[in-house]
Design a protein around this ligand. Sequence first.
Ligand SMILES: Cc1cc2nc3c(=O)[nH]c(=O)nc-3n(C[C@H](O)[C@H](O)[C@H](O)COP(=O)(O)OP(=O)(O)OC[C@H]3O[C@@H](n4cnc5c(N)ncnc54)[C@H](O)[C@@H]3O)c2cc1C
Length: 447
Amino acid sequence: MQDVGHRTGAMEPRDIPVDVLVVGGGPAALCLAAAMASEGLRVAVLAPHDPRAPWPNTYGIWGEEVDALGLAHLLEHRWSNTVSYFGAGDRDPMAPANRPTLHGRDYGLFNKVELQRHWLDLCDLHGVRLLQGTAQQLRLEPPSAETPGGLNVLTTAEGCDHSARLVVDATGHEPLFVRRPDEGPVAGQAAYGVVGRFSAPPVDSGQFVLMDYRCDHLTPEQRQQPPTFLYAMDLGDGRFFVEETSLALAPPVPYDTLKTRLQQRLAHRGIEVLQVEHEEFCLFPMNLPLPDLQQPVLGFGGAASMVHPASGYMVGSLLRRAPLVARAVAAAMADPAAGPAPLAQSGWLALWPVSLRRKHALYQFGLEKLMRFPEAQLRAFFATFFALPNALWYGFLANTLTLPELVGAMVHLFLKAPWGVRWGLMLMQGRELRLGLRLLNPVGTRS
Ligand SMILES: Cc1cc2nc3c(=O)[nH]c(=O)nc-3n(C[C@H](O)[C@H](O)[C@H](O)COP(=O)(O)OP(=O)(O)OC[C@H]3O[C@@H](n4cnc5c(N)ncnc54)[C@H](O)[C@@H]3O)c2cc1C
Protein backbone atom coordinates (compact mmCIF):
# COMPACT_ATOMS: atom_id res chain seq x y z
CA MET A 1 0.00 0.00 0.00
CA GLN A 2 1.31 3.37 -0.90
CA ASP A 3 1.48 6.07 1.72
CA VAL A 4 1.02 9.45 0.11
CA GLY A 5 1.20 11.18 3.50
CA HIS A 6 2.71 14.61 3.10
CA ARG A 7 4.84 14.17 6.22
CA THR A 8 6.72 11.14 4.99
CA GLY A 9 5.88 11.28 1.29
CA ALA A 10 7.47 7.84 0.87
CA MET A 11 6.21 4.40 -0.06
CA GLU A 12 5.34 2.60 3.14
CA PRO A 13 4.02 -0.88 2.42
CA ARG A 14 3.89 -1.91 6.09
CA ASP A 15 0.56 -2.47 7.74
CA ILE A 16 0.44 -0.11 10.72
CA PRO A 17 -2.82 -0.70 12.62
CA VAL A 18 -4.84 2.44 13.25
CA ASP A 19 -7.93 3.15 15.30
CA VAL A 20 -10.01 4.22 12.31
CA LEU A 21 -9.53 3.55 8.62
CA VAL A 22 -11.70 5.83 6.48
CA VAL A 23 -12.22 4.47 2.97
CA GLY A 24 -12.81 7.16 0.32
CA GLY A 25 -11.32 10.47 -0.71
CA GLY A 26 -14.40 12.69 -1.15
CA PRO A 27 -15.89 15.31 1.17
CA ALA A 28 -17.37 12.75 3.56
CA ALA A 29 -14.08 10.88 4.03
CA LEU A 30 -11.97 13.97 4.66
CA CYS A 31 -14.56 15.60 6.90
CA LEU A 32 -14.91 12.56 9.15
CA ALA A 33 -11.19 11.72 9.16
CA ALA A 34 -10.43 15.27 10.33
CA ALA A 35 -13.10 15.05 13.06
CA MET A 36 -11.96 11.60 14.26
CA ALA A 37 -8.31 12.70 14.40
CA SER A 38 -9.31 15.87 16.28
CA GLU A 39 -10.63 13.52 18.98
CA GLY A 40 -7.13 12.07 19.36
CA LEU A 41 -7.78 8.87 17.40
CA ARG A 42 -5.15 7.39 15.07
CA VAL A 43 -6.72 7.72 11.64
CA ALA A 44 -5.83 6.74 8.06
CA VAL A 45 -7.65 7.64 4.83
CA LEU A 46 -7.55 5.21 1.93
CA ALA A 47 -8.50 6.31 -1.60
CA PRO A 48 -7.63 5.09 -5.10
CA HIS A 49 -6.42 8.58 -5.95
CA ASP A 50 -4.36 11.17 -4.10
CA PRO A 51 -6.96 12.71 -1.72
CA ARG A 52 -5.42 16.09 -2.56
CA ALA A 53 -6.51 15.72 -6.21
CA PRO A 54 -9.27 18.24 -7.06
CA TRP A 55 -12.87 17.06 -6.71
CA PRO A 56 -15.14 17.16 -9.75
CA ASN A 57 -18.15 18.77 -8.01
CA THR A 58 -18.76 22.23 -6.63
CA TYR A 59 -20.91 22.39 -3.52
CA GLY A 60 -23.60 24.93 -2.65
CA ILE A 61 -24.88 25.79 0.83
CA TRP A 62 -27.12 28.37 2.52
CA GLY A 63 -25.24 31.35 3.97
CA GLU A 64 -26.66 30.85 7.47
CA GLU A 65 -25.48 27.25 7.56
CA VAL A 66 -21.93 28.14 6.67
CA ASP A 67 -21.95 31.14 9.04
CA ALA A 68 -23.10 28.97 11.93
CA LEU A 69 -20.19 26.63 11.22
CA GLY A 70 -17.73 29.56 11.16
CA LEU A 71 -16.65 28.62 7.63
CA ALA A 72 -17.91 31.56 5.56
CA HIS A 73 -14.32 32.23 4.46
CA LEU A 74 -14.45 28.99 2.43
CA LEU A 75 -17.07 30.38 0.06
CA GLU A 76 -16.04 31.44 -3.41
CA HIS A 77 -19.36 33.13 -4.21
CA ARG A 78 -22.10 34.47 -1.99
CA TRP A 79 -25.42 35.93 -3.17
CA SER A 80 -27.92 37.99 -1.20
CA ASN A 81 -30.25 38.47 -4.16
CA THR A 82 -31.74 34.96 -4.04
CA VAL A 83 -35.04 34.22 -5.78
CA SER A 84 -37.25 31.49 -7.26
CA TYR A 85 -40.11 31.50 -9.76
CA PHE A 86 -43.19 29.39 -9.19
CA GLY A 87 -45.54 30.97 -11.72
CA ALA A 88 -46.03 29.36 -15.13
CA GLY A 89 -44.49 32.44 -16.76
CA ASP A 90 -47.07 32.54 -19.56
CA ARG A 91 -49.49 35.39 -20.13
CA ASP A 92 -48.50 38.51 -18.16
CA PRO A 93 -44.99 38.08 -16.71
CA MET A 94 -45.79 40.83 -14.21
CA ALA A 95 -48.90 39.05 -12.92
CA PRO A 96 -48.51 38.44 -9.17
CA ALA A 97 -48.15 34.66 -9.66
CA ASN A 98 -45.28 35.20 -12.09
CA ARG A 99 -43.28 37.59 -9.92
CA PRO A 100 -40.15 36.17 -8.34
CA THR A 101 -40.35 34.78 -4.82
CA LEU A 102 -37.67 36.61 -2.84
CA HIS A 103 -35.90 34.28 -0.41
CA GLY A 104 -34.32 36.97 1.75
CA ARG A 105 -31.42 34.65 2.57
CA ASP A 106 -27.86 34.34 1.37
CA TYR A 107 -26.74 31.36 -0.64
CA GLY A 108 -23.12 30.44 -1.30
CA LEU A 109 -20.88 28.20 -3.38
CA PHE A 110 -17.86 26.70 -1.70
CA ASN A 111 -14.45 27.27 -3.15
CA LYS A 112 -13.90 23.54 -3.58
CA VAL A 113 -10.10 23.82 -3.36
CA GLU A 114 -10.35 25.75 -0.10
CA LEU A 115 -12.93 23.36 1.37
CA GLN A 116 -10.72 20.39 0.57
CA ARG A 117 -7.66 22.18 1.94
CA HIS A 118 -9.54 23.02 5.13
CA TRP A 119 -10.10 19.33 5.85
CA LEU A 120 -6.64 18.28 4.63
CA ASP A 121 -4.99 20.87 6.90
CA LEU A 122 -6.92 19.49 9.87
CA CYS A 123 -5.91 15.96 8.84
CA ASP A 124 -2.29 17.07 8.62
CA LEU A 125 -2.44 18.86 11.96
CA HIS A 126 -3.74 15.74 13.70
CA GLY A 127 -1.47 13.27 11.92
CA VAL A 128 -3.94 11.49 9.61
CA ARG A 129 -2.13 9.09 7.27
CA LEU A 130 -3.09 9.38 3.59
CA LEU A 131 -2.93 6.02 1.86
CA GLN A 132 -3.42 5.22 -1.80
CA GLY A 133 -5.22 2.03 -2.78
CA THR A 134 -8.57 0.60 -3.85
CA ALA A 135 -10.41 -1.13 -1.03
CA GLN A 136 -11.73 -4.54 -2.01
CA GLN A 137 -12.39 -6.88 0.89
CA LEU A 138 -12.85 -6.79 4.59
CA ARG A 139 -12.36 -9.54 7.13
CA LEU A 140 -12.44 -9.75 10.90
CA GLU A 141 -9.34 -10.97 12.73
CA PRO A 142 -10.22 -12.90 15.87
CA PRO A 143 -9.46 -11.29 19.23
CA SER A 144 -5.88 -11.46 20.50
CA ALA A 145 -4.14 -10.33 23.67
CA GLU A 146 -3.26 -7.03 21.99
CA THR A 147 -6.65 -6.48 20.38
CA PRO A 148 -9.22 -8.15 22.63
CA GLY A 149 -12.12 -6.87 20.52
CA GLY A 150 -10.70 -8.18 17.23
CA LEU A 151 -9.46 -6.13 14.32
CA ASN A 152 -10.73 -5.35 10.82
CA VAL A 153 -8.32 -6.22 8.05
CA LEU A 154 -8.99 -4.53 4.74
CA THR A 155 -7.39 -5.85 1.56
CA THR A 156 -6.86 -3.58 -1.42
CA ALA A 157 -7.05 -4.46 -5.12
CA GLU A 158 -3.31 -3.78 -5.18
CA GLY A 159 -2.82 -6.63 -2.70
CA CYS A 160 -2.06 -4.75 0.51
CA ASP A 161 -3.62 -5.32 3.93
CA HIS A 162 -4.49 -2.62 6.37
CA SER A 163 -5.79 -3.11 9.91
CA ALA A 164 -8.02 -0.91 12.01
CA ARG A 165 -10.30 -1.24 15.01
CA LEU A 166 -13.03 0.46 12.96
CA VAL A 167 -13.50 0.84 9.20
CA VAL A 168 -15.60 3.72 7.90
CA ASP A 169 -17.05 3.35 4.42
CA ALA A 170 -17.17 6.79 2.77
CA THR A 171 -17.10 5.51 -0.81
CA GLY A 172 -20.15 7.50 -1.91
CA HIS A 173 -23.74 6.72 -2.83
CA GLU A 174 -22.99 3.17 -4.00
CA PRO A 175 -20.91 2.06 -1.06
CA LEU A 176 -18.45 -0.77 -1.10
CA PHE A 177 -19.18 -2.27 2.31
CA VAL A 178 -22.22 -0.57 3.83
CA ARG A 179 -25.43 -2.58 3.45
CA ARG A 180 -28.91 -1.15 3.20
CA PRO A 181 -32.26 -2.74 2.44
CA ASP A 182 -33.60 -2.87 -1.10
CA GLU A 183 -36.82 -0.87 -1.04
CA GLY A 184 -37.37 -0.63 -4.76
CA PRO A 185 -36.40 1.98 -7.33
CA VAL A 186 -34.23 4.82 -6.05
CA ALA A 187 -35.02 8.32 -7.33
CA GLY A 188 -32.16 10.36 -8.74
CA GLN A 189 -31.66 14.09 -8.86
CA ALA A 190 -30.48 14.72 -12.41
CA ALA A 191 -29.21 17.95 -13.90
CA TYR A 192 -27.47 19.22 -16.99
CA GLY A 193 -25.67 22.53 -16.67
CA VAL A 194 -23.36 24.91 -18.44
CA VAL A 195 -20.86 27.39 -17.07
CA GLY A 196 -20.24 29.92 -19.79
CA ARG A 197 -20.91 33.21 -21.49
CA PHE A 198 -24.25 34.13 -23.01
CA SER A 199 -25.57 36.69 -25.50
CA ALA A 200 -27.68 38.20 -22.69
CA PRO A 201 -27.63 37.59 -18.92
CA PRO A 202 -29.71 34.45 -18.14
CA VAL A 203 -30.32 35.83 -14.61
CA ASP A 204 -30.10 39.35 -13.21
CA SER A 205 -26.73 40.76 -12.32
CA GLY A 206 -25.58 39.46 -8.91
CA GLN A 207 -28.53 37.08 -8.68
CA PHE A 208 -28.92 33.48 -7.59
CA VAL A 209 -31.98 31.54 -8.76
CA LEU A 210 -32.73 28.49 -6.64
CA MET A 211 -35.69 27.19 -8.68
CA ASP A 212 -37.19 28.69 -11.80
CA TYR A 213 -40.21 26.55 -12.56
CA ARG A 214 -41.55 28.80 -15.31
CA CYS A 215 -42.64 26.56 -18.14
CA ASP A 216 -43.92 28.89 -20.86
CA HIS A 217 -41.16 27.64 -23.16
CA LEU A 218 -42.53 24.08 -23.12
CA THR A 219 -45.06 22.53 -25.49
CA PRO A 220 -48.38 21.34 -23.99
CA GLU A 221 -47.06 17.75 -24.34
CA GLN A 222 -43.85 18.60 -22.50
CA ARG A 223 -45.87 20.18 -19.71
CA GLN A 224 -47.50 16.80 -19.12
CA GLN A 225 -44.07 15.25 -18.52
CA PRO A 226 -42.16 15.33 -15.23
CA PRO A 227 -41.41 18.96 -14.33
CA THR A 228 -37.87 20.39 -14.29
CA PHE A 229 -36.54 23.73 -13.09
CA LEU A 230 -33.65 26.07 -13.72
CA TYR A 231 -30.94 26.49 -11.06
CA ALA A 232 -28.80 29.45 -12.10
CA MET A 233 -26.37 32.08 -10.87
CA ASP A 234 -24.25 35.01 -11.88
CA LEU A 235 -20.60 34.05 -11.36
CA GLY A 236 -19.29 37.53 -12.19
CA ASP A 237 -17.09 38.77 -15.06
CA GLY A 238 -19.85 37.94 -17.56
CA ARG A 239 -19.91 34.24 -16.58
CA PHE A 240 -23.07 32.42 -15.54
CA PHE A 241 -24.01 28.92 -14.48
CA VAL A 242 -27.36 27.62 -15.74
CA GLU A 243 -28.58 24.13 -14.93
CA GLU A 244 -31.81 22.36 -15.85
CA THR A 245 -32.67 20.14 -12.93
CA SER A 246 -35.13 17.42 -12.07
CA LEU A 247 -35.64 17.37 -8.30
CA ALA A 248 -36.03 13.59 -8.16
CA LEU A 249 -37.44 10.82 -10.27
CA ALA A 250 -37.09 7.06 -10.70
CA PRO A 251 -35.79 6.39 -13.27
CA PRO A 252 -34.07 9.79 -13.46
CA VAL A 253 -34.84 12.28 -16.21
CA PRO A 254 -32.32 11.63 -19.02
CA TYR A 255 -29.57 14.19 -19.68
CA ASP A 256 -30.78 14.65 -23.30
CA THR A 257 -34.19 15.77 -22.09
CA LEU A 258 -32.62 18.18 -19.60
CA LYS A 259 -30.29 19.59 -22.23
CA THR A 260 -33.14 20.10 -24.73
CA ARG A 261 -35.22 21.81 -22.07
CA LEU A 262 -32.37 24.11 -21.08
CA GLN A 263 -31.80 25.10 -24.72
CA GLN A 264 -35.53 25.69 -25.19
CA ARG A 265 -35.72 27.80 -22.03
CA LEU A 266 -32.81 30.00 -23.10
CA ALA A 267 -34.02 30.31 -26.69
CA HIS A 268 -37.49 31.33 -25.49
CA ARG A 269 -35.89 34.25 -23.68
CA GLY A 270 -33.75 35.09 -26.71
CA ILE A 271 -30.51 33.96 -25.08
CA GLU A 272 -27.71 32.24 -26.98
CA VAL A 273 -24.81 30.35 -25.45
CA LEU A 274 -21.66 32.07 -26.74
CA GLN A 275 -19.02 30.06 -24.94
CA VAL A 276 -19.15 26.83 -22.95
CA GLU A 277 -16.50 26.74 -20.27
CA HIS A 278 -17.73 23.61 -18.54
CA GLU A 279 -20.65 21.20 -18.87
CA GLU A 280 -22.00 19.57 -15.71
CA PHE A 281 -23.75 16.21 -15.74
CA CYS A 282 -25.16 15.65 -12.29
CA LEU A 283 -26.85 12.54 -10.97
CA PHE A 284 -27.13 11.30 -7.41
CA PRO A 285 -29.71 9.35 -5.41
CA MET A 286 -32.19 11.30 -3.31
CA ASN A 287 -34.19 8.73 -1.38
CA LEU A 288 -31.82 5.96 -0.42
CA PRO A 289 -33.14 3.87 2.46
CA LEU A 290 -31.30 4.18 5.75
CA PRO A 291 -28.50 1.67 6.13
CA ASP A 292 -28.66 -1.28 8.47
CA LEU A 293 -27.56 0.32 11.74
CA GLN A 294 -26.36 -2.97 13.27
CA GLN A 295 -23.59 -3.65 10.76
CA PRO A 296 -19.96 -3.78 11.92
CA VAL A 297 -18.78 -1.15 9.39
CA LEU A 298 -19.68 2.49 9.88
CA GLY A 299 -20.74 4.64 6.91
CA PHE A 300 -20.55 8.38 6.37
CA GLY A 301 -21.71 10.72 3.61
CA GLY A 302 -23.43 9.32 0.54
CA ALA A 303 -22.62 5.83 1.81
CA ALA A 304 -24.70 6.48 4.93
CA SER A 305 -27.72 7.95 3.03
CA MET A 306 -26.93 11.43 4.35
CA VAL A 307 -28.20 13.33 1.30
CA HIS A 308 -31.21 15.40 2.35
CA PRO A 309 -34.13 13.60 0.64
CA ALA A 310 -36.01 16.82 -0.02
CA SER A 311 -33.21 19.07 -1.26
CA GLY A 312 -30.22 16.92 -2.30
CA TYR A 313 -27.82 18.81 -0.04
CA MET A 314 -25.33 17.09 2.19
CA VAL A 315 -22.20 19.15 2.93
CA GLY A 316 -23.71 21.21 5.79
CA SER A 317 -24.88 17.98 7.35
CA LEU A 318 -21.41 16.42 7.04
CA LEU A 319 -19.88 19.37 8.84
CA ARG A 320 -22.48 19.37 11.63
CA ARG A 321 -22.64 15.64 12.22
CA ALA A 322 -18.97 14.57 11.88
CA PRO A 323 -17.93 15.93 15.31
CA LEU A 324 -20.86 14.11 16.98
CA VAL A 325 -19.98 10.81 15.35
CA ALA A 326 -16.28 11.25 16.11
CA ARG A 327 -16.98 12.01 19.78
CA ALA A 328 -19.17 8.93 20.16
CA VAL A 329 -16.62 6.66 18.48
CA ALA A 330 -13.75 8.09 20.54
CA ALA A 331 -15.73 7.43 23.73
CA ALA A 332 -16.40 3.84 22.63
CA MET A 333 -12.71 3.36 21.72
CA ALA A 334 -11.78 4.08 25.34
CA ASP A 335 -12.81 0.49 26.04
CA PRO A 336 -9.91 -1.59 24.68
CA ALA A 337 -12.18 -4.64 24.46
CA ALA A 338 -14.58 -2.89 22.06
CA GLY A 339 -14.35 -4.53 18.65
CA PRO A 340 -15.54 -3.36 15.21
CA ALA A 341 -19.23 -4.13 15.83
CA PRO A 342 -19.76 -2.10 19.03
CA LEU A 343 -17.53 0.68 17.71
CA ALA A 344 -19.53 0.93 14.50
CA GLN A 345 -22.74 0.78 16.51
CA SER A 346 -21.68 3.79 18.60
CA GLY A 347 -21.03 5.72 15.38
CA TRP A 348 -24.30 4.69 13.71
CA LEU A 349 -26.36 5.72 16.72
CA ALA A 350 -24.65 9.12 16.87
CA LEU A 351 -25.13 9.59 13.13
CA TRP A 352 -28.73 8.41 12.97
CA PRO A 353 -30.38 8.95 16.37
CA VAL A 354 -34.09 8.13 16.47
CA SER A 355 -35.10 11.78 16.04
CA LEU A 356 -33.14 12.07 12.77
CA ARG A 357 -34.50 8.74 11.56
CA ARG A 358 -38.02 10.01 12.12
CA LYS A 359 -37.22 13.21 10.24
CA HIS A 360 -35.67 11.18 7.42
CA ALA A 361 -38.94 9.21 7.20
CA LEU A 362 -40.92 12.45 6.94
CA TYR A 363 -38.63 13.84 4.26
CA GLN A 364 -38.85 10.63 2.26
CA PHE A 365 -42.62 10.67 2.54
CA GLY A 366 -42.64 14.29 1.32
CA LEU A 367 -40.37 13.56 -1.63
CA GLU A 368 -42.52 10.60 -2.66
CA LYS A 369 -45.48 12.99 -2.80
CA LEU A 370 -43.63 15.64 -4.78
CA MET A 371 -42.49 13.11 -7.38
CA ARG A 372 -46.15 12.43 -8.20
CA PHE A 373 -47.20 16.06 -8.45
CA PRO A 374 -47.83 17.32 -11.98
CA GLU A 375 -46.30 20.62 -13.01
CA ALA A 376 -49.03 23.07 -11.86
CA GLN A 377 -49.51 21.30 -8.53
CA LEU A 378 -45.76 21.27 -7.90
CA ARG A 379 -45.49 25.00 -8.58
CA ALA A 380 -48.40 25.65 -6.21
CA PHE A 381 -46.74 23.46 -3.58
CA PHE A 382 -43.44 25.34 -3.73
CA ALA A 383 -45.15 28.74 -3.77
CA THR A 384 -46.87 27.72 -0.50
CA PHE A 385 -43.69 26.19 0.94
CA PHE A 386 -41.62 29.33 0.41
CA ALA A 387 -44.43 31.47 1.81
CA LEU A 388 -43.95 29.72 5.18
CA PRO A 389 -42.14 31.80 7.81
CA ASN A 390 -38.56 32.15 6.60
CA ALA A 391 -37.04 30.25 9.54
CA LEU A 392 -39.36 27.29 8.92
CA TRP A 393 -38.64 26.71 5.24
CA TYR A 394 -34.94 27.29 5.81
CA GLY A 395 -34.84 24.88 8.76
CA PHE A 396 -36.75 22.32 6.69
CA LEU A 397 -34.22 22.53 3.85
CA ALA A 398 -31.14 22.63 6.08
CA ASN A 399 -32.54 19.87 8.35
CA THR A 400 -31.98 22.01 11.42
CA LEU A 401 -35.56 21.92 12.79
CA THR A 402 -36.43 19.72 15.72
CA LEU A 403 -38.91 16.93 14.98
CA PRO A 404 -41.88 18.82 16.51
CA GLU A 405 -40.88 21.94 14.53
CA LEU A 406 -40.67 19.90 11.33
CA VAL A 407 -44.10 18.36 11.91
CA GLY A 408 -45.39 21.86 12.74
CA ALA A 409 -43.96 23.21 9.46
CA MET A 410 -45.69 20.46 7.51
CA VAL A 411 -49.03 21.07 9.21
CA HIS A 412 -48.62 24.81 8.61
CA LEU A 413 -47.94 24.13 4.93
CA PHE A 414 -50.96 21.85 4.65
CA LEU A 415 -53.25 24.48 6.15
CA LYS A 416 -51.95 27.24 3.86
CA ALA A 417 -51.90 25.15 0.67
CA PRO A 418 -54.58 25.48 -2.03
CA TRP A 419 -57.07 22.61 -2.21
CA GLY A 420 -55.34 20.97 -5.19
CA VAL A 421 -52.14 20.60 -3.20
CA ARG A 422 -53.96 19.54 -0.01
CA TRP A 423 -55.74 16.85 -1.93
CA GLY A 424 -52.42 15.59 -3.37
CA LEU A 425 -50.95 15.51 0.13
CA MET A 426 -53.87 13.53 1.53
CA LEU A 427 -54.13 10.97 -1.25
CA MET A 428 -51.98 7.95 -0.36
CA GLN A 429 -50.47 6.20 -3.36
CA GLY A 430 -47.83 3.49 -3.82
CA ARG A 431 -45.49 3.24 -0.85
CA GLU A 432 -46.43 6.67 0.58
CA LEU A 433 -48.42 5.36 3.52
CA ARG A 434 -45.65 2.91 4.48
CA LEU A 435 -43.07 5.71 4.37
CA GLY A 436 -45.30 8.05 6.35
CA LEU A 437 -45.84 5.45 9.08
CA ARG A 438 -42.10 5.24 9.59
CA LEU A 439 -42.43 8.52 11.42
CA LEU A 440 -43.99 6.47 14.23
CA ASN A 441 -41.80 3.43 13.82
CA PRO A 442 -38.53 4.46 12.17
CA VAL A 443 -35.96 1.94 10.93
CA GLY A 444 -33.93 0.49 13.81
CA THR A 445 -36.11 1.79 16.65
CA ARG A 446 -34.90 -1.09 18.78
CA SER A 447 -31.68 0.89 19.38
C1 LIG B 1 -22.71 16.96 -9.58
C2 LIG B 1 -23.13 16.94 -8.12
C3 LIG B 1 -23.40 18.15 -7.48
C4 LIG B 1 -23.73 18.15 -6.12
N1 LIG B 1 -23.96 19.35 -5.52
C5 LIG B 1 -24.16 19.39 -4.20
C6 LIG B 1 -24.26 20.65 -3.54
O1 LIG B 1 -24.25 21.70 -4.17
N2 LIG B 1 -24.37 20.68 -2.19
C7 LIG B 1 -24.41 19.52 -1.46
O2 LIG B 1 -24.47 19.59 -0.24
N3 LIG B 1 -24.38 18.32 -2.07
C8 LIG B 1 -24.25 18.21 -3.41
N4 LIG B 1 -24.19 17.00 -4.03
C9 LIG B 1 -24.51 15.77 -3.25
C10 LIG B 1 -23.33 15.20 -2.41
O3 LIG B 1 -22.89 16.20 -1.51
C11 LIG B 1 -22.17 14.72 -3.29
O4 LIG B 1 -22.58 13.62 -4.06
C12 LIG B 1 -20.89 14.36 -2.50
O5 LIG B 1 -19.82 14.33 -3.41
C13 LIG B 1 -20.95 13.01 -1.79
O6 LIG B 1 -19.77 12.91 -1.03
P1 LIG B 1 -19.13 11.54 -0.56
O7 LIG B 1 -17.77 11.87 0.00
O8 LIG B 1 -20.08 10.78 0.26
O9 LIG B 1 -18.95 10.69 -1.92
P2 LIG B 1 -18.05 11.01 -3.20
O10 LIG B 1 -17.83 12.46 -3.35
O11 LIG B 1 -18.69 10.25 -4.31
O12 LIG B 1 -16.66 10.36 -2.85
C14 LIG B 1 -16.47 8.94 -2.80
C15 LIG B 1 -14.98 8.66 -2.68
O13 LIG B 1 -14.77 7.28 -2.45
C16 LIG B 1 -13.70 6.84 -3.28
N5 LIG B 1 -13.85 5.40 -3.52
C17 LIG B 1 -14.78 4.77 -4.26
N6 LIG B 1 -14.54 3.43 -4.27
C18 LIG B 1 -13.44 3.23 -3.48
C19 LIG B 1 -12.71 2.07 -3.10
N7 LIG B 1 -13.04 0.82 -3.51
N8 LIG B 1 -11.64 2.24 -2.29
C20 LIG B 1 -11.27 3.46 -1.84
N9 LIG B 1 -11.95 4.59 -2.18
C21 LIG B 1 -13.01 4.46 -2.99
C22 LIG B 1 -13.85 7.69 -4.53
O14 LIG B 1 -12.65 7.69 -5.28
C23 LIG B 1 -14.16 9.05 -3.91
O15 LIG B 1 -13.00 9.69 -3.50
C24 LIG B 1 -23.85 16.93 -5.39
C25 LIG B 1 -23.60 15.73 -6.06
C26 LIG B 1 -23.26 15.72 -7.40
C27 LIG B 1 -23.02 14.39 -8.10
